[in-house]
Each structure stands twice: as structure tokens, then as C-alpha cells.
Design a protein around this ligand. Structure first.
Ligand code: HAM
Length: 525
């Protein structure tokens, strides 16, 4: 610091800024510069060179208060200031007024499309996630997670998907292109490739994670949402899709949603593939064609046709594609495509399995379901509300070739994503939202300030026995304690009072019945 201070003082450019009297003072500062706080000095210089010395703020530095030489310097500076300004105080070239930043009023809302989760919303979210997790457990799936921030390249596919334009992506401080994940499937594929042969197939993985998409906001569509995903890796048979749909049906049933509220539209991308093959459309156009067709409900048919045509699909092929897409029954599909192809065979198998699982009434064939992500290769499905008020509740399908697009060996895979937003809208519609109130088993309170330690011991004993306790941390009147007990839905009120405590006892009140008794504090269960 000594060297640093001297350097500053001798620096010609700095001296040029200072008045002669200030320069003289600077020289006189050299002899006690050891007492200065280096961080004050350099910070002042960085902020505003012109004010370097006054912002040393000697009088505010505790180290300088103890030094007679430094307080002398402070006096010198202060007299210099009053001389320079003629008016005293802390203003002037060498002693500007302290920069008082006006408190910045911030927008207290979260960024558009994102949510806070105050306790009442968090209770609903936790309840939903517990159901996601419980259903996944019932089906024998293991939980996984991946980083919310991934390499941007993981989400860049060439098929012109909407999801790519919705990417929250940026360059990090190491000049790497990164993105907030818009979905979980590419991360899953990355992890499967990374783990390689160490994994024993099939994998049954589930995840509940936050995803980010810069979406146009509509009911049930946000810029940030949580997705429950279940994926089966390593099973080529349709049994995997049947099992996945069964898990979603199980979830709906747990929540009180029935087959008359919700259904699944099911199709297979192999339907389109078979049509395109008839017209010798190259395989590499397949993903792109699917992404265009998925927009059918969003943009006019003329635009769909012109996009398909620009992608190199002949007019005849387009006509046939559109005809097939309007089919709503498997028997009609079989009439068009014949029974020999995989598409019809797999779909028939799925419907037969649905009968065995017991959810036939939930599913229907609908060739128009294609899905907007390029990587699906086989059966695809979407959950929808039968009133038609909401966007897709969930969606998934088979993606047997995703791993090779990342340089890995292909492994058959299928899965689904289920968002946390549309389902809440549906539960509201159906009046099925659960009543979730805070739940703490005990409220413990001392009746006397001196007994707060005793109340803490009681709380500790109960917590060690697995009981939840809201310990009243201040000296509060009983009326307040009762009010709080009601707010947190406590079952028991435990009061630690002087006369009872002297006998090793506490008072217990069962709040639902009003029953009251005394008990030895260490016998509380
Ligand atoms: P997805 O259809 O893009 O598929 O999203 C799946 C579900 O996530 C949707 O059905 C919806 O419930 C929810 N979701 C998507 N975007 C939003 C949004 N902006 N706001 C609220 N909810 C949203 C996928 O993401 C695939 N990766 C699913 C998958 C997993 N396929 C195989 N495995």
C-alpha cells in the first residue's frame, strides 16, 4: 500500500487533476500512508480518479482513528476542503458529497412467464410432484436429473422445430454457447451415451425438472414449467409404450380424473413414413415433414402445403399424406396402408395391450397426432381434455434414433413429458384441486421468558421422536399462540409453565377436542 500510495501521488496524470494545495497534502500523506486501508484507496481511485484522496475517508477508517498522525491528516484534509470551497462541509473538488444512491424500486413481479411459489402454491406443487414420484415408484422407475443449463448444441436440430426458436440460450463467460433446457429428453440421451456399456438395459428412468421455453403465453403454457418425464430405454416392443400410458392413466386416476375427462390420441409416425416411402421421399426429410405437419392446427392448410412443397414433397405425396392424416380409425388405416406394415401392426398391438392393462376407454386412434419434435420414430401419443378447452396435457412417443444424432449407438427408447401447468388448470376445471393447508403436529410455547430454554428442550425431544414442532420463539400472549396454532393446523398445544416445569411436567391441549392434561415432558410421544 505504501508503494501504491506513493505511486499514485507521483503519477503526473493524477497530479494534473489535483489543485496544488491538494498535491502538497498528498506529499505530506506519504509519511503515514502505512496506516491507510488499501482497499479504500484503490476503490476510490477506480471509481473516480479526480476524487481519489478525499475518498480515502480517513475519519471513517477505524484503523485511522487510533493513529494520531492519520487524524492529523484528516484535519488537514478537512481544512483543505473548507479552504477550497470557501463553504466548509464535505463538498468540493477534493471532498465531494458522498454518493448516496437513491433506493432502486424494483419490479416485485417475477419475470414474465415465470412463477414464484409462496407456501400455498408450493404445497400444491409438492403434492403434484409427490404424485408424479409415487406413480413412477409404483411402476419401478428410478429418479434421475440433469443440469438445467446444457450445451446449446444438444437442442439444435435441423428440422425447423418451434422449440429451437424458443430457446433461452446465451454465451457464458467462457465463450461457450449454453441454453436453459427446454425439455429433458436430449439430456437423458446424453447421459445414456456418457454411461455407455456400464448401464444395464432396460433403463426405466423418471425425472421431474424445470424446463424453459420462450413461449407465447396461453392458458397452461408458460416460459418456465416443470415436466414429469418417464422413459424406457432398451425395449423395442410396444409393451413399453403401453406401460408408459398405463402409468399416466394411474396418475390421472389418483387425482380423481376419469376417462370421461381425459383421453389419449395415439398414432404412429410410421404411418407417415409408409406414405413417404411410397413416393420415394428421402429418409432425411422425415423429421422435417413431421414438424411441418404438426403445425396443421396452428397455421392455414395452404401454408402447410407450401411448406411441404418447399421441403421437396410432390403434390401427389402431399395429397396422400393429408388424406391419411384425417383417418380416425385403425380399420380405415388398415384399408389404406394394408396390414403388412409395422405401423398398423404396432398400433393394433398397443390397443390390444390397453385392453389387458384396463385402459381401453382412455385411448383412441387419431392419425393427425404427429408431435412437434423431430426425433420421434414410432408410436406417438398426447393426453387431451375431452372438453377441448386446454392445450395438450402430456405427450410422448418412441425415439429409437435420437442417440445416434449425438454420435452414440442407437438404443430403442420411448417416453413422455407431462407438464405441471395444464394439469392444474384441468383440476381447477373439474373442481379436483386438493385442500392443502400447512400441517405442523405440535406448537410448543413457554409461558414465561425464562422458560424459553425449557420449551426448546421439549421441542428437541419431540423432533427426535419424529414429531414436527413449531416452537414459539418470542414471548407472546396465549391468544396469539392459539391463533397461530389454528393457522398452522397444529394438533397439540404444549405449554411450558413454571409450576409444571418445576415438577418436570408440561401442559398438553389437544386442539381438536379441547382435552387437556399434564404429562412428564420426556414422556411426550
Ligand atoms: P412436449 O410435448 O414438448 O414433449 O412437452 C411435454 C409436455 O410438457 C406438454 O404436453 C405439456 O404438458 C408440457 N409443456 C411443454 N411446454 C410447456 C410450456 N411452455 N408451458 C407449460 N407446459 C409445457 C417433450 O418435451 C418431450 N421431450 C417429451 C418426451 C419425453 N418424449 C419422450 N420422452
Amino acid at each position: 500500500m505504501t508503494a501504491n500510495a506513493s505511486l499514485l501521488i507521483l503519477h503526473p496524470r493524477l497530479n494534473a487533476y489535483l489543485k496544488p494545495s491538494a498535491t502538497a497534502i498528498l506529499h505530506s500523506l506519504n509519511h503515514f500512508s502505512q496506516t491507510l486501508n488499501p482497499s479504500h484507496f484503490s476503490l476510490a481511485l477506480n471509481r473516480n480518479r479526480r476524487f481519489a484522496i478525499p475518498r480515502l475517508s480517513l475519519s471513517q477508517n477505524p484503523r485511522n482513528h487510533s493513529s494520531s498522525s492519520s487524524s492529523a491528516a484528516a484535519t488537514q484534509i478537512s481544512s483543505l476542503n473548507s479552504h477550497d470551497n470557501g463553504g466548509g462541509g464535505r463538498s468540493g473538488a477534493l471532498s465531494p458529497p458522498p454518493i448516496v444512491e437513491a433506493p432502486q424500486k424494483i419490479d416485485v413481479n417475477p419475470p414474465k412467464g415465470t412463477r414464484d411459489f409462496p407456501p400455498e402454491d408450493m404445497r400444491l406443487r409438492s403434492w403434484l410432484f409427490e404424485n408424479f414420484r409415487e406413480v413412477s415408484r409404483l411402476f419401478g422407475f428410478e429418479e434421475v436429473d440433469y443440469p438445467v443449463l446444457e450445451s446449446e448444441a444438444l437442442f439444435i436440430r435441423k428440422a425447423g422445430e418451434e422449440i429451437r426458436d424458443q430457446l433461452y440460450s446465451f454465451e457464458d463467460r467462457g465463450n461457450r454457447r449454453v441454453a436453459l433446457r427446454p425439455e429433458l429428453t436430449p439430456s437423458l440421451a446424453r447421459l445414456v451415451i456418457q454411461k455407455g456399456k456400464s448401464l444395464s438395459l432396460p433403463l426405466k428412468w423418471f425425472a421431474v425438472g424445470q424446463c424453459w421455453r420462450y413461449e407465447r403465453m396461453t392458458r397452461g403454457r408458460r416460459r418456465e414449467h416443470y415436466q414429469w418425464n418417464m422413459d424406457i430405454i432398451g425395449v423395442p416392443e410396444v409393451t413399453a409404450e403401453a406401460e408408459l400410458i398405463s402409468s399416466i392413466v394411474t396418475f390421472f386416476k389418483r387425482l380423481g380424473i376419469t376417462a370421461s375427462d381425459v383421453g389419449f390420441k395415439v398414432s404412429s409416425r410410421k404411418v407417415l413414413q409408409e406414405v413417404l416411402r411410397c413416393y420415394s421421399v428421402p429418409e432425411n426429410l422425415f423429421g422435417k415433414v413431421c414438424v411441418i405437419i404438426d403445425k396443421m392446427e396452428k397455421i392455414p392448410m395452404d401454408e402447410i402445403k407450401s411448406e411441404l412443397s418447399s421441403a421437396g414433397i410432390s403434390e401427389k405425396a402431399i395429397e396422400e399424406l393429408l388424406q391419411v392424416l384425417s383417418v380416425k380409425s385403425l380399420s380405415k388405416l388398415e384399408e389404406i396402408l394394408g396390414a403388412a406394415g409395422d405401423a398398423v401392426a404396432e398400433l393394433k398391438q398397443l390397443f390390444s395391450l390397453a385392453e389387458k392393462f384396463g385402459y381401453s376407454e382412455w385411448i383412441q386412434f387419431d392419425a393427425s397426432v404427429v408431435r412437434g419434435l423431430a426425433y420421434y420414430t414410432g408410436i406417438v401419443f398426447e393426453g387431451f381434455d375431452r372438453q377441448g378447452k386446454l392445450r395438450a396435457i402430456c405427450g410422448g412417443g418412441r425415439y429409437d434414433q435420437l442417440l445416434s444424432t449425438f454420435g452414440g449407438d442407437d438404443i430403442p427408447a420411448c417416453g413422455f413429458g407431462f407438464g405441471d401447468a395444464v394439469i392444474v388448470e384441468l383440476l381447477k376445471e373439474k373442481d379436483l384441486l386438493p385442500e392443502l393447508s400447512p400441517q405442523v403436529e405440535n406448537i410448543v410455547c413457554s409461558l414465561d421468558q425464562e422458560l424459553q430454554g425449557a420449551a426448546a428442550s421439549v421441542a428437541t425431544i419431540l423432533r427426535q421422536k419424529g414429531q414436527s414442532v413449531d416452537l414459539v420463539l418470542e414471548n407472546k400472549p396465549l391468544k396469539w399462540v392459539f391463533k397461530r396454532a389454528a393457522r398452522i393446523n397444529a394438533s397439540r398445544l404444549i405449554l411450558v409453565g413454571n409450576s409444571e416445569w418445576q415438577r418436570g411436567m408440561v401442559s398438553v391441549k389437544i386442539l381438536s377436542t379441547g382435552e387437556q392434561y399434564e404429562i412428564k415432558f420426556n414422556e411426550l410421544e
